[in-house]
Design a protein around this ligand. Sequence first.
Ligand code: ZN
Length: 314
Amino acid sequence: MRTRRNVISVLFSTLLALPLAPAASAQKEAPAKVKVVATFSILGDFVRQVGGDRIDLTVLVGRNGDTHVYSPSPADARSLAEAKVIFVNGLRFEGWIDRLVEASGTSATVVEAAAKVKPLEMDDDHGHHDDDHNHHAHGGLDPHAWQDVANAKLYVAAIRDGLTAVDPAGREVYATNAEAYLAKLDALEAEVKAAVAAIPPARRKVITSHDAFGYFARAYGLTFVAPQGVSTDAEASARDVGRIIRQIKRDKIPAVFLENVTDPRLVERIARETGATIGGRLYSDALSDENGPAGTYIAMMEHNIKALSAALAR
Ligand code: ZN
């Protein structure tokens, strides 16, 4: 009891030591920032571009993190509980989000950034469709829609509208920020198309570890083959790996790529057994460290297209 009384008296003296009218001066400061959550680093970059200084952003799965197999923490639940709006990719990318939203008791609006995207069905030739390995963790939809810049623009529009809905006073700011960023994405899209056009058609074939580039392939006309399916939650089977090794040899696929979110050993082994070049690292599901080669979405797409061009456009 004595300890508690001491604590209370310390609290009181601290309060008394404060300036007398802090509330009045605080009201003249900028209004409190809107608390926002984004589930992973690439989406977080889009949200930051649109929200700017008006928002206080928490990103759940950080840079180089693997969203497919993420385990949320109690701190994540607290971030959700405090948020006014939560941006998720959707297309079942975040298999853990529904339970986390429920557990957090949040009353925030949940916005699916990919809601307006035309979803890509998972390609049955890729991934785990062996009889002994037939699990459809992603409901047959490919979640990696951001790999097509046209889809990234749909994400940005959804984020602008989502932020405006919970913070109408920021409408002008969000509209202006989104417009400026969309112009940069237009330039990026042209850059990616021009880079692919410079790769000889017969060489537009690539191996990656998990099947994260379906939207990129559909938009820009490259072929990606992956021993793992659209998720990273299961090992590639020996049969998948054997099939890919035969395909590399048969189709003379020139390069294999590592990813920042997957174990490099599988792709390294495939390169050894086929003689294909390791073309470097592609960033599929997460940004790199801030000072790395893929610190933002735009830097990520530019890095990927440079790595692809360097390995294929010979
Ligand atoms: Zn993925």
